[in-house]
Design a protein around this ligand. Structure first.
Ligand code: FAD
Length: 464
């Protein structure tokens, strides 16, 4: 009997560059032979073009994904342009039965995905979306009033107490090969993700190996060492005290479920690791919280969540030459505050900065220098390998005081005290900012000026 081959399935990759614990890929493989697709879409309305460091990561992450997929017998096709029409055309050309993807949660990305779904279904093709990126879908966790959470602790309690599915196993090599011709795609180099100035990326390459296998190795190392004091060492930039998994999580080389589950299993096996595992789970939940905020408040990247801050007299480098100088010295790591300068140098040299130092560097910019948080957010967006729209904007708004569950405005980090507390031997500063520069501002006076500006905001608010 002449049986027709099972129909082709398209796996549409986006922020989930992995093979294991990937619900969309697993479902696609269970339905038929799979062709994987990645579309670089920098032009659909509202999509924020990637920053330089993120593009560098993506280039290498795709290279690594292609190798992992080849081992499974799955070809990866690269395209560039408006993703909804490209995926629809590709599905039509290849006679695919269905397109599978893991959901995205930003408003512009959701609009693209909805358009793709409508267009595919209009052609009589199937479109299936899956929960692959967050521990909980943002609409699943709601307050008693049926709204999204705005405060982390109750959100975390709800997330932790809800059921989180175990990770999916890594797929086996596909048994069925693709019978139709593989459509042509672009070469990785054609996506032009690498900057012209290769000098800058040498530091990134020295620090990171993007991809699923290196990320899993790093996770294993973190699991082995977490009992040695993750909670105590977490805020110390001078120690290897955090997981440094944020870029791997951002690009989906590791699924959040896999990390959550591995931490739970470790804590069950080894009580000494329990405090560390719980602390790291809590950190991971911050990421879900940022995306939860963004889903329920899509203005997060654009507007102050606390609208009172619309009345704050922020300074902008475009309008004020002194602010332009301050921002430029802050970016170059020459503020004179050694911890901040070390952080900004770490960012420039490696594409990453320790969380505690991110908070201190951001506080100096938005409070002591009174520069709008969007200016700092943009710099981080361009230079972080883990640049993530929800985490970046939610954290900047948190530091600025304009966020949902923000630090109180009067909490102005003192970079000198922070350095004493979290880099007590000065080894972090010695590594990244060995030379002292002249401080840009007087810490005491600029703190008082910031508090005064905050009072002025409240007066303006009262008068409006
Ligand atoms: P660990 O402490 O080991 O935590 C494990 C994982 O939890 C991380 O890999 C990350 O995925 C998540 N996580 C931890 N802390 C946070 C947090 N505060 N918010 C969200 N997720 C968190 N993180 C990004 O991934 N992308 C960004 O663009 C980003 N911008 C930031 C901007 C500012 C101003 C600040 C203060 C923080 C920002 N963060 C951002 C959060 C945090 O600094 C990084 O995720 C952290 O440095 C990652 O280090 P780690 O992987 O060693 O984390």
């Amino acid at each position: 009997m002449n049986q027709s081959p099972p129909p082709l399935q398209l796996m549409w990759y986006r922020d989930d560059l992995r093979t294991a614990d990937n619900p969309a890929l697993s479902s696609a493989l269970s339905a038929g032979p799979v062709l994987a697709v990645f579309i670089l879409d920098q032009q659909s309305p509202g999509i924020r073009p990637l920053g330089g460091a993120a593009k560098w990561w993506l280039h290498h992450g795709l290279k690594s994904l292609r190798t992992s997929l080849e081992e499974l017998g799955i070809p990866l096709v690269l395209r560039q342009g408006p993703a909804d029409s490209i995926i629809t055309d590709l599905a039509g050309q290849t006679n695919a039965q269905a397109v599978h993807w893991n959901r995205r949660y930003g408003q512009p990305e959701r609009a693209v995905d909805t358009q793709a779904k409508t267009a595919l279904r209009g052609l009589g093709l199937e479109a299936h979306s899956y929960p692959g990126t967050l521990l909980h879908e943002p609409w699943e966790l709601l307050t008693k009033n049926g709204t999204g959470y705005k405060v982390f602790t109750p959100f975390y309690n709800a997330l932790r107490d809800g059921s989180i599915r175990p990770p999916l196993p890594a797929p086996l090599a596909q048994e069925l090969s693709i019978s139709s011709a593989i459509p042509s795609g672009l070469e990785l180099e054609d996506l032009e993700l690498l900057p012209a100035a290769a000098q800058w990326t040498a530091g990134l390459a020295a620090q990171w190996e993007p991809g699923e296998a290196p990320a899993r190795q790093r996770l294993e190392h973190v699991l082995e060492s977490i009992a040695e004091g993750y909670p105590e060492h977490h805020d110390r930039p001078d120690l290897d005290g955090t997981s440094a998994l944020s870029p791997a999580v951002r690009w989906g080389h590791l699924g959040a479920h896999e990390i959550w589950d591995a931490l739970g299993q470790l804590a069950a096996k080894n009580p000494k690791a329990s405090a560390g595992a719980t602390a790291m789970r809590r950190q991971l939940a911050w990421r879900d919280f940022c995306w939860h905020l963004y889903y329920h408040q899509p203005q997060l990247p654009h507007r102050n969540l606390r609208t009172a801050f619309d009345h704050f007299d922020w300074v902008w480098p475009e309008q004020d030459p002194q602010a332009a100088l301050h921002v430029s010295l802050w970016q170059k790591g020459r503020t004179g505050f050694r911890l901040v300068d070390a952080g900004m140098q770490q960012l420039w040299q490696t594409g990453w900065m320790h969380n505690q130092v991110r908070m201190v560097a951001a506080s100096l910019l938005v409070k002591n220098l009174q520069v709008h948080w969007k200016v700092g957010e943009r710099w981080f967006w361009d230079t972080l390998v883990d640049a993530d729209i929800a985490s970046n904007t939610a954290n900047w708004q948190w530091v600025a005081g304009s966020g949902a569950d923000a630090a109180p405005y009067f909490r102005v980090f003192n970079p000198e005290l922070q350095a004493k507390k979290f880099d007590p031997q000065g080894s972090y500063v010695a590594q990244f900012a060995p030379l002292a520069a002249v401080p840009l501002v007087d810490l005491k006076q600029s703190r008082l000026d910031a508090l005064d500006a905050y009072d002025q905001m409240k007066l303006r608010l009262g008068a409006s």
